[in-house]
Design a protein around this ligand. Structure first.
Ligand code: MN
Length: 129
């Protein structure tokens, strides 16, 4: 079965770009444009990996990540934080919130798929428990 990837991104152009970058891979792509929706889709679809925009309206991507980590099902789901304004300390904040990796925009058509493949493999090797 194809791995499910949830893309959380409020900007339609960035959403399309991320989907384009991943279109060559055989993933099932799910979308959420805000934090509430991200939590709903995650609970319904149980994605294998989540790409999390940090700058979201109302609830930030880091808040969404903290909430997800409180749910046992998502305690170990790989989460990649993506931010538009790479500032000193952002990476630490993202990792503190429970993200596993951090990338700054613009997303790289090579780095993002590589990172996703690596994280899915790692997760698989750890076992699903
Ligand atoms: Mn955003």
């Amino acid at each position: 079965m194809n791995k499910k990837i949830l893309i959380v991104e409020d900007n339609p152009q960035n959403m399309r770009l991320t989907e384009m970058v991943l279109s060559a891979e055989s993933y099932t792509l799910l979308e959420a444009t805000n934090g509430e929706e991200a939590l709903e889709v995650a609970k319904e679809e149980c994605p294998d990996l989540i790409i999390m925009d940090v700058q979201l309206p109302k609830m930030s991507g880091l808040e969404v990540t903290r909430k997800l980590r409180e749910i046992p099902e998502f305690s170990r789901t790989p989460i990649i934080a993506i931010t538009a304004y790479a500032m000193k300390g952002d990476k630490e904040k993202a990792l503190d919130a429970g993200c596993n990796a951090y990338l700054s925009k613009p997303i790289s058509a090579r780095d993002l798929p590589n990172l996703i493949a690596k994280m899915l493999l790692q997760r698989q090797e750890e076992g699903q428990g």
